[in-house]
Design a protein around this ligand. Structure first.
Ligand code: HEC
Ligand code: HEC
Length: 228
């Protein structure tokens, strides 16, 4: 009896090990990243795409560790706060990331507010990094995080319940910088993007381009062209 129980438990562990090995083929198990991933909300109903999981830590998954394709150098989501407090994704604003060797990359937010730089486009980014989103500049530097959401965590009901300092709209708290916010109406034309098919998806550009874009409210079809 006891022996049988022991065997089945061992078998179960072995199976769990196999499942884990299959799920995360590239790297060793990392409890910190693993816990962060397991705490994330479920996949969007439409399934994975460049528009999914807005506000979440993109690079926890889009890295050698978890192996979601493509590998990303940087990823995040940009919002505007409405007068009722709620957050709207901002489409069509440039996010510019400057590394400490003088290189920079621009990415354009899509209709989910998501932007990203593929790792293959920036394998050698030298940290720390500085960032600009439209006309907003982050004053501090990014030491090593590749996901903006590592610091810019959104609010969840659980977080609001356990930490009274969490702003239920933006998520800002003692431990979170809150959502990355811009005001659409103040974004200068040269920081707008996405209506130009060449930068319609979240693909990256190294030059500034012609900064096309209408008057602030850029809606429409950005995001489906180009890309992979
Ligand atoms: C919980 C893990 C996870 C998180 C967090 C996550 N993704 Fe993904 N993503 C995936 C998976 C899984 C796929 C499907 C591809 C695959 O299976 O390798 C995917 C696919 C994609 C694709 C490819 C879509 C295509 O059509 O080829 C892009 C681009 C992408 N995600 C961007 C992002 C961005 C930007 C973020 C953050 C805002 C993000 N992802 C957050 C797991 C994740
Ligand atoms: C290491 C933590 C950390 C990471 C990672 C991080 N941020 Fe920040 N961010 C902050 C903090 C803290 C502030 C507020 C103080 C400041 O500006 O430095 C901030 C402020 C900002 C602001 C200024 C907002 C305003 O009110 O004007 C922008 C824009 C911004 N971040 C964008 C980004 C983007 C884009 C990324 C990902 C590429 C990112 N941040 C990643 C910590 C971080």
């Amino acid at each position: 009896m006891v022996r049988g129980k022991f065997v089945s438990r061992t078998t179960w562990l072995a199976l769990a090990g196999l499942v884990m090995a299959a799920g995360w083929p590239a790297c060793d198990y990392d409890p910190v990243i693993q816990e962060a991933i397991e705490d994330l909300p479920p996949e969007d109903p439409d399934g994975p795409s460049e528009f999914h999981r807005a506000g979440q830590s993109c690079v926890d998954c889009h890295s050698a560790y978890y192996g979601a394709d493509p590998d990303l150098a940087i990823g995040g989501t940009v919002y505007e706060q409405q007068s009722n407090g709620s957050l709207d994704p901002v489409e069509g604003v440039f996010v510019t990331i400057f590394d400490s060797a003088g290189a920079s990359q621009k990415a354009c937010t899509n209709s989910a507010g998501n932007f990203f730089v593929r790792l293959e486009d920036w394998e050698d980014a030298k940290f720390p990094l500085a960032v600009q989103v439209g006309n907003r500049y982050m004053r501090s530097l990014i030491g090593r995080d590749r996901s903006c959401a590592g610091c810019h965590e959104l609010a969840t009901q659980t977080k609001v319940n356990i930490d009274p300092t969490v702003d239920p709209s933006t998520g800002q708290s003692r431990t979170s910088a809150g959502a990355i916010l811009v005001e659409r109406s103040t974004i200068p034309i040269e920081e707008q993007c996405g209506l130009n098919p060449a930068s319609a998806s979240s693909s990256t550009t190294t030059s500034t381009g012609s900064g096309m874009g209408g008057s602030g409210g850029m809606m429409g079809s950005g995001g489906s062209g180009g890309g992979s």
